[in-house]
Design a protein around this ligand. Sequence first.
Ligand code: SF4
Length: 371
Amino acid sequence: MNNRVREEINRRRLLEKERAQRLGEWAQGNEAGPFKLMFFPTNTCNLECAICWQRKGVHDYSELSAKRQVDLIDEAIEIGVREFVIGGGGEPLMRWKTLRPLFEKIRAADLYGMLFTNGTLIGSETAANLVDMKWNKVLISLDGLKESNDCVRTAGSFDRIAQGIQCLLDKRGNRSLPVIGVGCVLTRQSIRDLPHLMDFLGKQGCDQLNLIRLVVYTESQREYAVTPTEMDELQGILESSQKTAASFGMVTNLAEYMDGNIIKQAESFEHILLSDRTLAAGGQSFWNSLCFEPFSNMVVHSNGMVGPCCMSGDASLESLVEQSLADVWYGEKFSSLRQGILSRCPESYCRICDINVFAENQRLRALGGSL
Ligand code: SF4
């Protein structure tokens, strides 16, 4: 493991500890500001991936004004956000000119910043900007090697993505930031590619691979879902991929996908959430919450609608167009959502809850129990 990966693991551990301490305020009956802000600046994209949530149909393409976006970051810093995730929605780098000053603001305040991008728009200037501002992490969507990726994402996209990754790696050179990794959606196409993809990324010099679960939004997306038979092979594929990752010193979240029960119930996740897995040892009531996202996370969509997590999508609660972040966070709708999750009543979108978020929640639960 190289120093960059080691430092990133330590940074993430410290952030998680701090996040659990912030949640401790709620556990004691106090209110506390959000720890993380996810901002999806645009729904516009230069690719047309078959597995994207946008294949659901028509979307709102309106966007917050540049001024409102600047104010949003200022308000987030003021309310205590420590971690920013910029993603989509659509492709954030379609709006790099507006985003760049926001990224600089986040880093100038010494806050953690992560960018989720399809990578095709990373040219030498954008790469140099991200390296110069010491942006913390860039995760690039890549769903397998050329044939698999181009089948699931957009024809010809593999070469453009690989070029974007290479450009960023070249600009970074030996510097410690940003951490550069890939987000790979687990599909029927990508599953067998995984060990080879890991080898390809390791040889390029990438630091991380994160698996992401596929959410089937439309019947035509069903053809990309891993079948039960393929699911039985998953364990072996993950183990071999982990060995390859370790040989390159890369960090992964593959262990989170090794729990067969979770993977098999991924499309009806409320059963996992309502099981005794989400009950904290010792019976502390707050730490028995189904999830901690509504207590520590906000997702701001391009049109200014706000929800508690990236699964909440169309069911977002309120708009930031004419309200401040604090008004929404401490307002009635967020409070009532928190009450529901705390009383172990899942929202309809909890059915598609993310495996990575669940794993993070479980770590927070364990940390909270020991506060
Ligand atoms: S979908 Fe998952 S992360 Fe979102 S509120 Fe439900 S349990 Fe929490």
